[in-house]
Design a protein around this ligand. Structure first.
Ligand SMILES: NC(=O)c1ccc[n+]([C@@H]2O[C@H](COP(=O)([O-])OP(=O)(O)OC[C@H]3O[C@@H](n4cnc5c(N)ncnc54)[C@H](OP(=O)(O)O)[C@@H]3O)[C@@H](O)[C@H]2O)c1
Length: 264
């Protein structure tokens, strides 16, 4: 019987037989999701821009850049070839570099943030959800951010793209619900990953240069629960939404942030 790598798993292989695609599974939150999906019995394909030896053992890997239409197409083709279809789809790859001020964000930087944090999901869903619709079953999770309500430079392009992702995810959930497909969002708070640490360092550095207050995810900020998130905290939420325990959940946004951004 399998146990999850974080030691908290039930040992039930509740996703046995499921074919899963996870973007950005070579480190951080994505790698934890891949590990937990494998522990739950799923067959997993993951992707990143560069091949590394940090992809969890047991997962298939294909190199692709999800920011481009060609990358999404190549990934969908690899999923068809290697898995024969996708039952569970986790859009995890995301992030952005900082900008100086809201009015000084170059077009290319806006486009990059939108491509990675919104359009990558839109394009991949358009390629893979039709197969789910034919089979009248499937689960999609979009990884957004608990920082969306902060709307503060130097990551305004990122939070705007994630806000659009939240909105799109809810609309897609309504459209696909009649076909038995569930679509939900997981919004992590500050989580200890390579990408998260780099973002917080950049946030502090650019805020200092701009003379702005450090953002709510700055290095000295602590969530009410007293620690940063672990990648497995976020993966736990993703796996719950993938499982039949969430069979009556669609169009929801599960905020996993140690209480940093309380919502009503
Ligand atoms: N960590 C946090 O504090 C935090 C907070 C809120 C939201 N989030 C969200 O959670 C998700 C995961 O974040 P993380 O902190 O785990 O990030 P991370 O440590 O930077 O890992 C990102 C993963 O995505 C891959 N990736 C990045 N760009 C890609 C692209 N264009 N095409 C394909 N793969 C790509 C990376 O590999 P390559 O670089 O090799 O491509 C890596 O495997 C993101 O959507 C992020 O916005 C994180």
């Amino acid at each position: 019987m399998a146990t999850n790598t974080n030691g908290s798993g039930s040992g039930i292989r509740e996703l046995a037989g499921k074919r899963a695609l996870v973007t950005g599974g070579s480190r951080g939150i994505g790698a934890a999701v891949v590990r937990q999906l494998l522990d739950a019995g799923a067959e997993v394909l993951t992707t990143a821009r560069s091949a590394t030896n940090t992809v969890p053992d047991g997962a298939a890997f294909v190199e692709a850049d999800v920011r481009t239409r060609a990358g999404a197409q190549a990934l969908a083709e690899a999923a068809e070839k290697q898995l024969g279809g996708v039952d569970v789809l986790v859009h995890n790859a995301g992030g952005a570099g900082p900008h100086e001020g809201a009015l000084a964000i170059p077009d290319e930087q806006w486009q990059d943030a939108l491509d990675l944090n919104l359009l990558a999901s839109v394009r991949l869903d358009a390629l893979l959800a039709p197969g789910m619709r034919e089979r009248r079953s499937g689960v999609i999770v979009h990884v957004s951010s608990a920082a969306v309500p902060t709307v503060a430079p130097p990551f305004l392009h990122y939070t705007a793209a994630k806000a659009a992702l939240d909105n799109y995810s809810r609309g897609l959930a309504l459209e696909l619900a009649p076909f038995g497909i569930r679509v939900n969002t997981v919004s992590p708070g500050r989580t200890a990953t390579p990408g998260g640490e780099a973002t917080r360092e950049q946030w502090a550095e650019v805020s200092a240069r701009m003379g702005a207050e450090p953002g709510p995810t700055s290095a000295d900020d602590t969530a009410p629960l007293g620690r940063d998130g672990r990648p497995d905290d976020i993966a736990d939420a993703v796996l719950f939404l993938m499982s039949d325990r969430a069979s009556w959940l669609t169009g929801s946004n599960l905020v996993v942030d140690g209480g940093e951004f309380p919502r009503g």
